[in-house]
Design a protein around this ligand. Structure first.
Ligand SMILES: [Zn+2]
Length: 351
């Protein structure tokens, strides 16, 4: 328990994850640590717990769907890492020497836990957003006749990838994205107006007007004109607010375009001019969720590093504190490993 609260900025309560137990997911239950065990597969220590009310023991693997999926922690971790390097399920199955259906099920479980975790943590701690950029990427679905768009929202100051939405390039999808962002903001009052920049797509304008009606925000559209793929002019269109509201290096969409590149590199379905386009929408979502965890919670971001005060005294002295986007956003205390995701106790929200 201490371990979890040290890593996250919220307290998490342990609960009984066993479906047949009468105290399943009940919070008036005392869960205590009860020894450790090692499996033959990976030799990794796993924590055992004791459910006081239900009078039974259970393992920490009970906190995710990977329980009873016949793999080791090491294999699950390898799956996640390979997935973030842009490998398809078939390729990962080949590397791990498993059936591709098994690997598919694992990936599904990990992505489900990621979305649960991300939603839970973002709804528990209201996100302090200063500057949002939104953009959309296209890919194919099933065959090259159907286009599928991925809408992405990014908080620039912390480089936090807020969320994504899959769908057509319409106001409907943009509205879903913006509504989710508003949910995560909670009831934090905006003293300084929230800065938003996007490209010229009118879907964002419509979505913002309908959803952000009670939020203090300024909005800038960057209109790029291309002739034969070459950029000719960049026009700034201040939809809400004026030039004075966008100080410094904020009159652009560069940050979101940089994350688009990262995504294209890491999600096989987004790679252009290849055969790797998406055949099944669910696989696409899974891949994006796994990448979201990797980007937000696991990887440190170079531009977020903070200089240490006593630098330069020794030759090999530590000069920087490295931060993940989630740390910069104030959600976590340190970079979270994959294993943490598998065993973190989070009660699924039922609607
Ligand atoms: Zn129980």
């Amino acid at each position: 328990m201490n371990l979890i609260s040290r890593k996250l900025n919220i307290e998490l309560q342990l609960f009984c994850p066993r479906r047949h137990c009468p105290y399943y997911q009940s919070l008036d239950n005392k869960i205590v640590k009860d020894g450790k065990y090692k499996t033959k597969h990976d030799g990794v220590n796993r924590q055992m717990f004791y459910c006081t009310e239900g009078k039974h023991r259970f393992s920490e693997t009970g906190y995710c769907d990977l329980f009873c999926k016949h793999g080791s922690f090491k294999e699950y971790e390898q799956l996640c890492k390979l997935s973030c390097y842009g490998l398809s399920i078939d390729a990962i199955a080949n590397v791990l020497g498993k059936d591709s259906r098994t690997v598919g099920i694992w990936q599904q479980s990990v992505s489900k836990k990621t979305s649960l975790f991300h939603n839970f943590i973002c709804l528990s701690i209201p996100l302090a957003m200063m500057f949002i950029q939104m953009d959309e990427l296209w890919s194919y679905l099933k065959n090259k006749k159907h286009q599928l768009w991925v809408f992405v929202g990014l908080e620039v100051n912390s480089r936090f990838w807020i969320n994504f939405e899959l769908g057509s390039r319409t106001t409907h999808t943009a509205t879903k994205l913006v509504t989710q962002i508003k949910h995560y903001m909670g009831t934090l009052s905006q003293v300084i107006p929230l800065k938003i920049t996007t490209d010229k797509l009118s879907a964002y304008k419509n979505a913002l007007e309908s959803v952000f009606n009670d939020i203090n925000y300024v909005y800038l559209q960057i209109v790029k004109k291309r002739v034969k793929m070459r950029l000719v002019t960049v026009k700034k269109c201040f939809v809400k607010g004026s030039e004075a509201d966008f100080k410094g290096k904020t009159q652009n969409t560069s940050y979101i375009e940089r994350i688009n590149l990262t995504l294209r590199q890491h999600v096989p379905f987004l790679q252009r001019k290849t055969l790797g386009y998406c055949k099944k929408k669910a696989n696409f979502t899974d891949s994006l969720w796994i990448n979201l965890y990797d980007y937000n919670y696991r990887h440190t971001h170079k531009s977020l590093r903070l200089p240490l005060a006593n630098q330069g005294a020794l030759k090999f002295h530590k000069k920087w504190i490295h931060q993940t986007p989630a740390m910069a956003m104030g959600l976590t205390q340190e970079s979270l490993p994959w294993r943490f995701l598998f065993v973190v106790p989070i009660i699924p929200v039922t609607h």
